[in-house]
Write a protein that binds this ligand. Structure first.
Ligand code: ZN
Length: 459
């Protein structure tokens, strides 16, 4: 099987899928029985092309925090790709909350396979850069401090209920910055980076930076410290007055009144996560299907939507739906949302059909039908109740939509360990085989829904 060497320090090889259109798919129980329309999609989709986009998003840009410059760079990239493919591209702006971020650097260097963005406390020192030797004070009570930590950066195990007292003790002892370490979550979960709030600081301002790292970062910091002296630089930044964007694209001269089929994903990430699978995978699925479908005539309009600020509470898709007049809502036949469609986590062997109402609709029906034609039906779940992605915003107003995603067999709550963490990278969390299966399923379903115009009339 072909492997693709990725750039970067790790030099990781990602196995590339290598099946032909008529072949039985990996994990399928039988060969496919494809329509002419399905064959047109399956013959064209390329996991390798999607990977190029994913490298730009997750490695070139990295974390894409709603409303910040990082998300704007991703919107620029996505818009550029869609424009280059010949689509009419629109950016829909909306206001989002302030963000408080930090970056860690160290001497000797921190491991480069991990992202070192963290959250900063909005109530600690912001827009500052401090440098100092690291001291691990564990539980962070007064008794845990060595004689003098003046000018040092302290690692403290985070306990939400005590966080303000822990910071006050660090300040009293002369610490230069606080790095809060989250408790380990139960496997397969791992704690994300966070921006610790210190509400009592309205009366007593905290004069030093306070940051919250992810579980994976915690273990690497403690390992680095165990190996010897660790000198850390903590840079904090407040990002205020932010605007996030949805990126929308449809073919030029699309009809302004017929039916619309939507294919969507969110392109933002949580703090500290390069977002290769969540949701770089869904984003590049959209970009690759935009390339595949651009010259295939359809009777309905195919509209691609890349949502901003999903991780802040489905903000982009909610805003989009709120701005859509009822006549425009009525045009939408189905919304195919793709959130986490390529994890390489072994137990994520089931492709989930997730509906906010728990009921089947046009989107779930078409994907189930496409799965049957492609021979994948043993791998798909029954229609299962779950929101928590942008399909919810549409289903809340009665539009047929669903989210599609690879997860563990037993439950859609079984997400891969790198989820929302600095380890959500191509090397640690992307299967090109699963990405290709996802593109075939959604491409075939969306094209069938849109009414392929085929020579000779029908299949
Ligand atoms: Zn997501």
């Amino acid at each position: 099987m072909l492997t693709i060497a990725l750039g970067g320090a790790a030099g990781i090889a990602v196995p590339a899928p290598a099946w032909a259109v008529g072949d039985q798919r990996p994990g399928a129980l039988r060969p496919p029985t494809l329509t002419t329309a399905d064959q047109r999609v399956a013959a064209r989709v390329s996991a390798e092309r999607a990977l190029w986009h994913l490298q730009v998003l997750s490695q070139g840009i990295g974390p894409r925090i709603g409303g910040t410059r990082s998300e704007h760079r991703a919107a620029d990239y996505i818009s550029g790709v869609l424009d280059h493919l010949g689509y009419d591209v629109t950016r829909q702006p909306f206001a989002v909350a302030d963000k408080f971020l930090a970056q860690l650097e160290a001497r000797p260097g921190l491991p480069r396979d991990l992202c070192w963005q963290t959250g900063a406390s909005p109530h600690g020192a912001l827009d500052v850069k401090v440098r100092g030797d690291v001291v691990d004070v564990h539980a962070g009570t007064a008794a845990d401090y060595p004689a003098d930590v003046t000018g040092k950066i302290v690692l403290i195990d985070y306990v939400a209920a005590n966080r303000e007292a822990l910071v006050a003790t660090a300040v009293t002892n002369g610490a230069k910055a606080v790095v809060f370490l989250p408790a380990d979550l139960v496997e397969p979960r791992r704690a994300a980076a966070f921006s610790p709030t210190l509400p009592g600081s309205a009366t007593t301002p905290v004069p030093i930076p306070v940051v919250g790292v992810a579980q994976a970062q915690k273990h690497r910091l403690r390992a680095a410290l165990a190996a010897g002296r660790l000198r850390l630089t903590v840079s904090t930044a407040a990002h205020r007055g932010l605007t996030s964007h949805n990126v929308l694209a449809e073919r030029r001269r699309s009809s302004t009144d017929g039916p619309v089929v939507m294919v969507s994903a969110h392109y933002d990430t949580v703090i500290g996560a390069p977002g290769a699978n969540d949701d770089g995978s869904g984003t590049v699925l959209c970009l690759e299907l935009a390339r595949v479908l651009r010259k295939l005539p359809t009777s309905a309009t195919v509209r691609f939507a890349l949502w901003g600020s999903e991780e802040q509470g489905l903000l982009g898709s909610r805003y989009y739906v709120s701005q859509l007049p009822q006549a425009e809502r009525d045009r939408i036949v189905a919304v195919y949302q793709n959130d986490m469609v390529a994890t390489s986590w072994d137990p994520a062997t089931r492709y989930w059909l997730l509906s906010f109402t728990g009921l089947a609709n046009r989107a779930t029906d078409e994907v189930a039908a496409a799965a049957a034609r492609l021979g994948y039906e043993p791998r798909i779940s029954p229609v299962t109740l779950r929101g928590s992605s942008d399909h919810q915003s549409f289903q809340e107003v009665g539009i047929a939509a669903a989210n599609f995603s690879w997860r563990g067999e037993a439950s859609p709550a079984l997400l891969e360990p790198p989820y929302h963490s600095p380890e959500d990278t191509i090397a640690k969390n992307i299967s090109l085989e699963r990405l290709k299966v996802s593109m075939e399923l959604i491409g075939a379903a969306a094209y069938a829904t849109a009414g392929p115009a085929l020579p000779g009339g029908a299949d």
